[in-house]
Design a protein around this ligand. Sequence first.
Ligand SMILES: Nc1ccn([C@@H]2O[C@H](COP(=O)(O)OP(=O)(O)OP(=O)(O)O)[C@@H](O)[C@H]2O)c(=O)n1
Ligand SMILES: C[C@](O)(CO)[C@H](O)COP(=O)(O)O
Length: 249
Amino acid sequence: MSEDSRRLRTAAVIPAAGRGVRLGPGAPKALRALGGTPMLIHAVRAMAASRAVSLVVVVAPPDGAPEVRALLDSHTFPERTELLVVPGGDTRQQSVSLGLQALPEDVDVVLVHDAARPLVPVDTVDTVINAVRGGAPAVVPALPLADTVKEVRPDSGGGSEPVVGTPERARLRAVQTPQGFDRDTLVKAHETVTFDGEGATDDAGMVERLGAPVVVVPGHEEAFKVTRPLDLVLAEAVLARRRVTDGYA
Ligand SMILES: Nc1ccn([C@@H]2O[C@H](COP(=O)(O)OP(=O)(O)OP(=O)(O)O)[C@@H](O)[C@H]2O)c(=O)n1
Ligand SMILES: C[C@](O)(CO)[C@H](O)COP(=O)(O)O
């Protein structure tokens, strides 16, 4: 049996090491409550809801791995789901790299999913996995934009920014997670691609730099990222509706 034919497992890496500065003061964002349960627990359950996902690697705040392990141990997940916890880094990119390093050899498909997207539906997770299993090396769930987007020249000072252009909206997509990858492609991207400034804002962007194809599949409105306080209000409302209509825990 070749090495590749033994790799048949799908894992999810959940970067959860961010502070959540834009959400305001408090605990690290992934540990803040949504419907009385930490956002991270919702995100892990969202990945574990897919029958294809048998391993979830949680990337904890750098000094918080023991607390995150204890938190996971105090909640229930499907029996089929193995959970690992590793400490994260200073940037999202570093945290994802540290999560990838923890993957066992038999994993061939990797999802990378923000802890800050706790309510992604399982159908979206499965759509991404199926597209990777169907042969795409990198798959991104995304939605068309509601707003028109302007490209500006930032840092011009004085509170106003000159507009450089207006990209054609019909060609733009707002990308979400989980992003799905052939493991070797994603690892190569993390080992070889470097970004200046803010760094890569998503993993698919790193794979694009490798020159490998990246495809978009339909995302979901409820896969939005909890970034600012208003997002938390929306997340609480979605969760409350699910609890009434779907019996969601
Ligand atoms: N050093 C970091 C920074 C971010 N993340 C994770 O990357 C995801 C997306 O990042 P974002 O929403 O920007 O989270 P924060 O960095 O926590 O937010 P902020 O920029 O407002 O501080 C989150 O699940 C966050 O925990 C991470 O694992 N390690
Ligand atoms: C990966 C991501 O969620 C795709 O939209 C996004 O780029 C993360 O950005 P953040 O600034 O780290 O939240």
